[in-house]
Design a protein around this ligand. Structure first.
Ligand code: TRP
Length: 330
């Protein structure tokens, strides 16, 4: 039996090159080593207001992009969170075993709620409990996530430990964050101090996986670089480092090997090459995603199969939890 690995993204926007290089590209490899579950978290997405039409489009698009990135429903369980009602079900139960204090300490909640003004949705506060449920439903061992989500995994462990303590150590498996050995952290092209983000208001900083070739070339050629002119890996050259990291993550070459090809060359060369490499990486994903988006019946079929398998597994956990809690069989 392979260990269970699980991860998800929010379908709140189009996906970025950062998500592809930092997550999807690795998932496509990991699906052969682990028992993987990948899904789009629409229940999490509604912690911020969504336009229904846009949410629907983004959810399909997220799944189509997963598939276009090499995630294969024959080698993993691919689904949409709301198709598996056990996520919401376990989430309510675990809400009763999480504390106001610990949820108030979540950095992501503090960030997001401080930007919300008066009416902070309760869902934003209990968001990490839903995420804990996502993870605990499937006896997950490993969760590939970015640095920003590690605190949520810690919380998941705390809640799991607390519940197991009360009702039996055999109920939940302790998950761990999985940090990829070659974790590519791609930064904004306009502000290399912050992560490339799908919600960055500066659209020139982010490469989306559906950007046209021209737009990719334009954005990368406009990327901010640093003072000086030498192409080296240095802490005071975050812009150069980012372009080198992007090249390395796409081509699989080491940064050192790439730097060696730029001796005596200028930033302009680095930008042109990086732009072309990005086009080569994004173009096939964009084209395949578009093709898949043209056949929703096919996508629905894949999602139906994924949801059936996920529900069956999730229900086993919910049944066990309910039995231990003292709920009578229905
Ligand atoms: N909170 C994660 C994010 O914003 C998305 C997410 C929801 C997730 N449920 C998950 C990630 C379970 C890993 C496992 O990136």
């Amino acid at each position: 039996m392979k260990p269970v690995m699980l991860s998800a993204v929010q379908p709140t926007n189009k996906l970025t090159l950062g998500t592809y290089l930092g997550a999807l590209k690795n998932w496509a490899k990991l699906q052969h080593q682990y028992d993987c579950l990948f899904f789009a978290v629409d229940l999490h997405a509604i912690t911020a207001r969504q336009d229904p039409k846009v949410l629907r489009e983004n959810t399909y698009r997220a799944i189509a992009t997963y598939l276009a990135s090499g995630i294969d429903p024959d080698h993993c369980t691919l689904f949409v969170q709301s198709h598996v009602p056990q996520h919401a079900q376990l989430s309510w139960i675990l809400t009763c075993y999480s504390y106001m204090g610990e949820l108030s300490r979540m950095t992501q909640f503090k960030d997001k709620s401080s930007k919300q003004g008066q009416n902070i949705p309760t869902g934003l506060f209990t968001y990490p409990v839903l995420m804990a449920s996502d993870i605990l439903l499937y006896r997950t061992k490993l969760v590939p996530v970015g640095e920003d989500q590690k605190q949520h995994i810690e919380l998941t462990r705390d809640i799991a430990g607390r519940f197991n303590n009360l009702y039996g150590e055999d109920i939940f498996t302790m998950p761990e964050p999985y940090i990829a050995p070659i974790g590519a952290r791609i930064m904004s092209l306009q502000n290399p101090a912050s992560k490339m983000s799908k919600s960055d208001p500066d659209l020139n900083g982010t490469l989306f996986l559906d950007d046209s070739d021209d737009l990719i070339l334009k954005k990368v050629k406009r990327a901010v670089t640093d003072s000086g002119s030498e192409i080296v890996l240095a802490d005071d050259k975050p812009g150069v480092k980012n372009l080198l990291t992007i090249q390395s993550a796409i081509t699989g070459k080491s940064i050192q090997d790439i730097v060696a090809t730029y001796v005596g060359k200028q930033y302009g060369h680095l930008k042109v090459d990086t732009a072309e490499i990005c086009v080569q990486a994004i173009k096939p994903i964009r084209e395949e995603t578009e093709r898949l988006m043209g056949d929703l019946t096919h996508l629905n079929g894949i999602l139906k199969r994924g949801a059936e398998s996920a529900r069956e597994r999730a229900q086993k956990t919910v049944a066990l939890v309910e039995e231990r809690l003292g709920f009578i069989p229905g």
